[in-house]
Structure formats: structure tokens, C-alpha cells
Design a protein around this ligand. Structure first.
Ligand code: B12
Ligand code: SF4
Length: 448
């Protein structure tokens, strides 16, 4: 038996794929709970063509909302050829009825809960329409994702790792807590250590002498050359402080550079911040979202305190850690001045990298339900739910001005003038890494 797992991509996004050459873990996790005697292949449409004539007994597709229409096209093509299709992931989990118009079965929630049973039913010719496990996976029972099924040539030499699932907050624009539960589920450190050992060697990145020589050019160079780079994909690596402290002690043993997502409040936990720094943290990805406390309260993220943002940035920088900031625009308290406020903050506080997204009310989230009730959603083309397009009527500006304003932020933040000011002035924070990242986005925004 052969299963083809597909990560779809929109045609117009392919040219931007180089910006997000990160690989992914969802399909490797699905593959990891597939019985070993079943042959599994993973295809990533961002980099390779989908061959509809390919021999497969079953196709599995994943999709976030903006790629759902493309996922449906792919499903329709395979089903035309008599090959059954199963869809999983956040979008199908939120809208199973919609997905079932194009696929034979939908997996709601985590694959680990139901995928082996689905395969068993399929073999017996008894595939059901909907599979949904009760409760959540114990993350310590997770098998290691089968990364070897991804084509390494497509992606940056950066390893991805998941250490927790779930989130106790419920920001109205985010589906994570609904999808993965309102509780942090940590994997055991022993399991994480075992998985890390399959990715990196413990101990110093290289002999001290060549390290010293290379560090004359850039302290990051030894790590780039030895490919000791890790992205922790968790929504929040600092959700459970004790676990986070133990995790960073473990990371230190591997002598690598890593980055992950964390809330602004991390800046005020000096001990944890120092632990991050000593363990090789190159960046924290922080969702500042807004400077308006009204916006933050409405979205359920009142724990973000805008008056402390600048100090937070400084405290993180003082530890030699860079910041990738994200902002959301088009919120109900956002007037047309919001774009300039974000540009000014990024430049003045010297954020190392930053993006502003238009709020996208993803199906299944509270923001979708609220805007729907208010009759403000004017676009249901899921492809446009990529946070670069306005799909609902903002309150204090037109949808067109919102889109223009968002693009202006990207253009200004990634202008050469801003890059010089934020990245190239001393004190330097991982200038090689951030220069490369900023220049990629400069290249993209120049095309706009
Ligand atoms: C890391 C991350 C990223 C990274 C890297 C993504 C990557 N390549 O892995 C970056 C920063 C690039 C990113 C970008 C985006 N992201 Co993102 N991201 C995440 C994050 C934090 C983790 C994703 C992850 O790997 N989770 C772990 C895996 C194991 O979980 P999973 O994907 O859900 O898969 C499980 C199940 O869904 C299911 N499953 C999934 N697929 C399939 C398929 C089959 C056949 C089966 C049976 C089961 C199954 O089984 C899996 C194992 O349990 C999530 C939030 C979260 N905690 O999940 C947001 C999240 C997925 N991202 C989101 C969004 C919106 C985006 C962007 C569109 C943002 C933007 N405007 O650009 C882009 C899209 C980029 C792209 N090309 O697709 C949303 C998706 C919402 C939605 N309804 O679509 C999420 C949920 C966060 C949120 N705000 O709600 N993202
Ligand atoms: S935005 Fe972050 S903090 Fe808020 S619910 Fe989502 S994962 Fe949790």
C-alpha cells in the first residue's frame, strides 16, 4: 500500500516560497503514525509538481486556510482518477462539511489520535467520513516526525522541533487553543533530548581554535557552517516557565543557535532571558500585535502592555538576542495613523526584523464569528485569507487604505535606509543572520 501526503501551494505564492524555506512537521508527524509496512511519500507543491498520474492507494492533504482552495483542486483531480483523498489540518478541522464536498474523509484535530484507525478502516474498505479523536495526544507519546521524507534540497539547513502543544490564552484571531487545547502540553525532556540527538551532536560546535578564527568574521559563522540551527515551532516556548528553563539548559548542551515564539513578557523574566541567551537563542518571535490597549483587550491579548514594549526590546537586545516582531493592522481601534506608528517603533527600537499583517478572521475563530455577526466580512475567497488582503470592512479606514498601509509598512521597514539603521549600526546583534533575512524581504517588497 502507498500513501501520498501533499502540502499544497498557491501558484502566486510559489515565487515567495524562498522566504519560507523552512520545511514543516505536520506531514512528517502523520507519516510517523502510519504503519511501517505502508509506503509513504511527501510532496511539497511549493517546490515540486504534483503528478496526478502517480500510483497511490490513498492521498492525504494538509491545508491552512489560504491554501484550502488549491487543496480542494488537488483532491478533485485525484478523486477523478479514482484515488480516495483524506484531508486534515486546521482548515478542514474548522470546516469539515466544506472539505467533505471535495474529499472522502476528514481528520479533525491531531492525526496521531486517529490516523492508524483510519488506515485500518481504509484497508477493510470501510473508510468513514469523519475521524475525530477524543481529547488530546499525550505529547510524551509522540513519535519522532519522519523528517527523512522531506526533500532536504528544498529547505534551509535549519531543523524544526516541536516541544509543546496547546495554549492557555484565547486570542480571538487565533485558533491554537481551540485546536490544540487550553493547556500547555509539554513533551518530556528525555524525549526531546532523544530527538535532538538524532539532529545534532552534543558538545561544542567545533574546536575552539577554528571557532575563534571564524568568529573574527562573525560569531554565527561556526554555527552556520556546521548547520547547528534550530527553529522551535511552538506557539509559545515560554508558556511554562519551569519547563522553558529546563529546555534551554538542555539546548545549551548541544551548542547551537535557535529561535522560537515567545510573548513580550519574557523580557521581564531576567533569569529566563539569561538562560535563553546562554543557550544560543538568536531570536524571539514576538507578537506585539498593537499599540492600542483597546485593541489588545478586545482580541483577548490584554497581557501585552504597549507602554512597556520599548523597554522590553531593550532588555532582550541587552542579552544579545534579536527580535522578530509581528503586528496586526485593521483592528477596530486602528486609525490611518497606525501604519506610521508601527514603522516608527520598528526603526526607533531597532527591531531586527518585523512584519505587519492585516487581521485575517480564520474560520473557527472568535474573530470570524464576531465579524460575521456584524456583517463585515465581504470576501469568502479563502485564498485571500493570507493576512496580506483585507477580507472584512475595517471601522476607521477603507479596506483599500488598509492594504496600502500594510504594504507601506513592509516597504519602509525593509528599505535599505531602515535596514542600515536597525541592523548595521552598533551594537550589532547577529548581523549576518539579520542582514540576510532583511535583504530577502527587501528584494520581495521591491517587486511590489
Ligand atoms: C510554525 C508556524 C508557522 C511557521 C512555519 C510553518 C511551517 N512551515 O511549519 C511560519 C512562520 C512560516 C508560518 C507561516 C504562516 N502561518 Co503559521 N503557524 C505555525 C504554528 C505556530 C505551528 C505549526 C505547526 O507545525 N504545528 C505543529 C503541527 C504538528 O500541527 P499541525 O500543523 O496542526 O498538524 C497536526 C494536525 O493539524 C493534523 N494534520 C495536519 N495536516 C494533516 C494532514 C492529514 C492528511 C492528516 C490526517 C492530519 C493532518 O495532524 C498534525 C499532527 O497532529 C501554527 C500554530 C500551531 N501551534 O499549530 C501556526 C498557524 C498554523 N499558522 C497560521 C497562519 C495563518 C500562517 C500564515 C498564513 C501567516 C501569514 N499570514 O503568512 C503563514 C502561511 C505560511 C505557509 N506557507 O503556509 C495559522 C493557520 C490558521 C488557518 N486557519 O489557516 C496558525 C494555526 C496560527 C494561528 N494564528 O491560528 N507559520
Ligand atoms: S496568539 Fe499566541 S497567546 Fe494568543 S491564543 Fe494564539 S498561541 Fe496563544
Amino acid at each position: 500500500m502507498k500513501i501520498l501526503l501533499i502540502s499544497p501551494e498557491r501558484e502566486r505564492k510559489k515565487e515567495e516560497a524562498f522566504l519560507f524555506r523552512l520545511g514543516f512537521l505536520n506531514l512528517p508527524y502523520v507519516a510517523a503514525v502510519t504503519p511501517r509496512e505502508v509506503e509513504v511519500k511527501i510532496a511539497d507543491e511549493a517546490f515540486e509538481k504534483i503528478h496526478f498520474e502517480e500510483k497511490a492507494d490513498l492521498v492525504g492533504i494538509t491545508a491552512q486556510t489560504p491554501v484550502a482552495p488549491r487543496a480542494y483542486q488537488i483532491a478533485d483531480e485525484f478523486r477523478k482518477r479514482g484515488i480516495p483523498v483524506v484531508m486534515g489540518g486546521v482548515h478542514a478541522s474548522a470546516l469539515p462539511e466544506e472539505a467533505l464536498r471535495h474529499v472522502d474523509a476528514v481528520v479533525i484535530g491531531e492525526a496521531e489520535k486517529v490516523w492508524p484507525a483510519l488506515i485500518e478502516d481504509f484497508r477493510k474498505g470501510q473508510l468513514k467520513r469523519v475521524y475525530q479523536g477524543d481529547g488530546f495526544v499525550n505529547p510524551s507519546d509522540l513519535p519522532f516526525p519522519r523528517r527523512e521524507l522531506l526533500n532536504g534540497r528544498f529547505y534551509l539547513p535549519l531543523k524544526l522541533l516541536e516541544t509543546t502543544r496547546g495554549c492557555p490564552y484565547h486570542c480571538d484571531f487565533c485558533g491554537v487553543s481551540k485546536f490544540f487545547g487550553f493547556r500547555y502540553r509539554n513533551r518530556s525532556l528525555r524525549e526531546i533530548d532523544r530527538e535532538l540527538a538524532t539532529l545534532f551532536q552534543k558538545g561544542p560546535v567545533m574546536h575552539p581554535l577554528p571557532k575563534k578564527v571564524l568568529s573574527l568574521f562573525s560569531g554565527d559563522l561556526p554555527y552556520f557552517l556546521k548547520r547547528r540551527l534550530l527553529y522551535i515551532i511552538d506557539s509559545n516556548i515560554a508558556g511554562d516557565k519551569r519547563f522553558a528553563r529546563d529546555l534551554v539548559s538542555l539546548l545549551k548542551e548541544y551548542d547551537l543557535l535557535w529561535y522560537g515564539h515567545a510573548p513580550v513578557s519574557i523580557a521581564f523574566d531576567q533569569k529566563l532571558l539569561e538562560g535563553f541567551s546562554k543557550s544560543g537563542c538568536i531570536a524571539v518571535n514576538i507578537g506585539f500585535e498593537s499599540f492600542s490597549t483597546k485593541n489588545l483587550k478586545t482580541m483577548g491579548k490584554g497581557f501585552n502592555q504597549p507602554p512597556h514594549y520599548a523597554e522590553a526590546v531593550k532588555r532582550i537586545h541587552d542579552q544579545g538576542i534579536g527580535i522578530m516582531g509581528t503586528f496586526i493592522v485593521g483592528l477596530d481601534d486602528d486609525d490611518p495613523g497606525v501604519f506610521q506608528r508601527i514603522i516608527d517603533f520598528c526603526t526607533e527600537s531597532r527591531l531586527d526584523w518585523a512584519l505587519a499583517f492585516i487581521m485575517a478572521p480564520y474560520p473557527g475563530t472568535e474573530s470570524f464569528e464576531r465579524l460575521e455577526r456584524e456583517g463585515r466580512i465581504f470576501c469568502r475567497d479563502w485564498e485571500r485569507y493570507d493576512s496580506l488582503n483585507a477580507v472584512y470592512q475595517p471601522l476607521l479606514m477603507s479596506a483599500e487604505d488598509l492594504e496600502k498601509g500594510m504594504r507601506r509598512i513592509w516597504k519602509e521597514v525593509f528599505s535599505l535606509r531602515s535596514i542600515r539603521k536597525r541592523i548595521l549600526k552598533r551594537p550589532w546583534i547577529h548581523p549576518l543572520f539579520y542582514l540576510a533575512m532583511n535583504l530577502q524581504f527587501h528584494h520581495l517588497t521591491k517587486k511590489w
